[in-house]
Design a protein around this ligand. Structure first.
Ligand code: ADP
Ligand code: MG
Length: 235
């Protein structure tokens, strides 16, 4: 037996155990949440309603962390098919257009000549895009600029396809860039720091890469590099 396979068995067991624990923690949290909601009117009566609100917010936060962790711990389904980036990008626009509108952020697609297909798990690639676009929306909500925008586009170069998410938000410091993909690293008050570490795991599992260009004050560009469908289908 190789050391590497022992280690991956061990990791699989730890992962399963952790997922089990995470799952079990959700049940008591749901109970506590219910009781705090019942207590809320009484706390309002004595002018302490913020106690209930803070407690509920913190429970929601714990739930978010567990939810994202469970998603990350799930064994990856290997359902790779042809994904049309054209279709994917349009779906993302439908998903985020109205939220962008709500916050005065222009969400648009950059037209491109050849829109490629990639080879991957549709659900997982969608999750990657959702996480990256959500981050862009959150980043832009913190800057007060009238021309806030997110652009979504795709391109091919050599044997690779790229999905590109660009925002003109606050950008990132070098310190943030260095720790971006570290699980639980967040600069947000209510962040979990799990989103991008999941993205990295998924993209790497697809034989791809996440490229990043960001500068404080100038905005951020995420490029998701994935293998082209035409190169993968015969291998
Ligand atoms: P979370 O969103 O919960 O903080 P993520 O892993 O999704 O966790 O992101 C980690 C950190 O990366 C964020 O807290 C933020 O500091 C930084 N970040 C990610 N995307 C952007 C972006 N588009 N603009 C500026 N900062 C970003
Ligand atoms: Mg995030």
């Amino acid at each position: 037996i190789h050391e590497a396979s022992l280690e991956s068995d061990y990791m699989a067991n730890v992962g399963q155990l952790a997922a089990g624990i995470a799952h079990e923690i959700r049940n008591p949290l749901t109970t506590v949440k219910g009781f705090i909601q019942l207590l809320k009117p009484y706390l309002n009566e004595i002018g302490k309603e913020q106690y209930a609100e803070i407690a509920l917010e913190e429970i929601n936060r714990a739930n978010d962390i567990i939810y994202e962790f469970l998603n990350a711990a799930k064994p990856p389904e290997k359902k790779k098919t042809e994904i049309s980036l054209n279709k994917l990008i349009k779906e993302m626009t439908i998903l985020f257009e109205s939220e962008g509108h709500l916050h005065n952020i222009d969400f648009s697609i950059q037209p491109c000549d050849v829109i490629p297909s990639v080879f991957g798990d549709n659900k997982q690639i969608k999750q990657v895009l959702v996480n990256i676009i959500k981050n862009a929306l959150e980043a832009l909500q913190n800057v007060n600029r009238s021309d806030a925008r997110i652009r979504l586009s795709a391109e091919t170069k050599q044997a690779k396809a790229y999905i590109i998410v660009e925002d003109n938000g606050p950008g990132m410091s070098q310190e943030t860039i260095d720790q971006l993909f570290v699980p639980f690293y967040t600069t947000k008050e209510n962040g979990t720091g799990i989103g991008l570490s999941i993205c990295k795991k998924i993209v790497e599992e697809h034989g791809g890469n996440i490229l990043l260009y960001s500068q404080p004050g100038a905005g951020t560009v995420f490029k998701i590099e994935l293998p082209l469908f035409s190169n993968k289908k015969n291998s």
